[in-house]
Design a binder for this molecule. Structure first.
Ligand code: ADP
Ligand code: ADP
Ligand code: ZN
Length: 219
């Protein structure tokens, strides 16, 4: 089963993709995580992406399409994958369709996680994550069970994203509505769009996603 997780910044894509990947034995492919890793490692892609990401703008379609296509073809993805934060432009969606067709693959469900702007801003302001496994936490809504210890991997190091500041968030929301929201009618027309209420509690959102997937089967 192959899935796309869509939604504005802070909607809970990463949080839910990790849970659904574990439940269905899928690989989470987060373009944001891959790009942040490239920045940390100082690769050519990272060098090109850093300032664009910090400003809240989108990295070029060519770069993200290349990093995703490389991963989709690998054996680790043979049971299926979740594209978390990709595609984000119509051009990326068209490129993805071509890559999938060339490999004989299809997307079974596009899960749209809907959250109001006010909530997104609060979520992004309090977001931090485990430096070891990327698990997302929140100062108010989702603290580790034991203070300063990652629930998932036991890691003791946490970090905050350099683009989770008020100016970059305003740009990210604007770019999302301008460039990514137009993908919704595209996937609606393909009958693969499943919208869930991302404002509910984390566990409730996970259940909604499972029900949406199970209700539609994966053909
Ligand atoms: P968010 O948590 O805001 O949804 P991500 O971690 O998915 O953000 O992405 C962080 C940044 O990485 C984006 O603001 C953008 O600069 C870049 N990025 C991630 N995915 C894409 C993509 N599919 N196309 C272009 N840029 C991307
Ligand atoms: P995205 O990948 O869409 O940018 P994240 O999964 O990183 O979003 O979630 C953004 C922040 O909101 C994180 O701090 C996360 O712990 C928190 N969060 C995620 N889902 C919920 C939810 N349903 N209710 C409250 N907080 C949430
Ligand atoms: Zn961890």
């Amino acid at each position: 089963m192959n899935l796309i997780f869509m939604g504005p910044p802070g909607a809970g894509k990463g949080t839910q993709a990790k849970r659904i990947a574990a439940a269905y034995d899928l690989v989470q492919l987060s373009t944001g995580d891959m790009l942040r890793r490239a920045v940390e490692e100082g690769t050519e892609v990272g060098r090109q992406a850093k300032s664009v990401m910090d400003a809240g703008e989108y990295v070029s379609d060519d770069i993200v399409v290349a990093i995703v296509s490389e991963r989709i073809g690998q054996p680790e993805c043979s049971k299926g994958f979740i594209l978390d934060g990709f595609p984000r432009t119509l051009n990326q969606a068209h490129s993805l369709d071509k890559v999938l067709a060339s490999k004989g693959l299809e997307i079974d469900h596009v899960v749209m996680i809907r959250v109001d702007d006010e909530k997104l801003i609060a979520r992004i302001a309090g977001r931090f994550s485990c430096s070891t496994c990327d698990a997302a936490y929140h100062d108010q809504f989702n603290r580790p069970k034991h203070k300063n210890v990652c629930d998932i991997c036991g890691g003791l190091q946490f970090s905050r994203r350099s683009d989770d500041n008020a100016e970059a968030v305003a740009v990210r929301l604007e770019v999302y509505y301008g460039q990514t929201a137009p993908l919704l009618p595209y996937y609606e027309a393909q009958k693969s769009l499943r919208t869930v209420d991302g404002m509910a509690d984390i566990d409730v959102v996970t259940e909604q996603i499972k029900s949406a997937i199970n209700a539609h089967g994966s053909d």
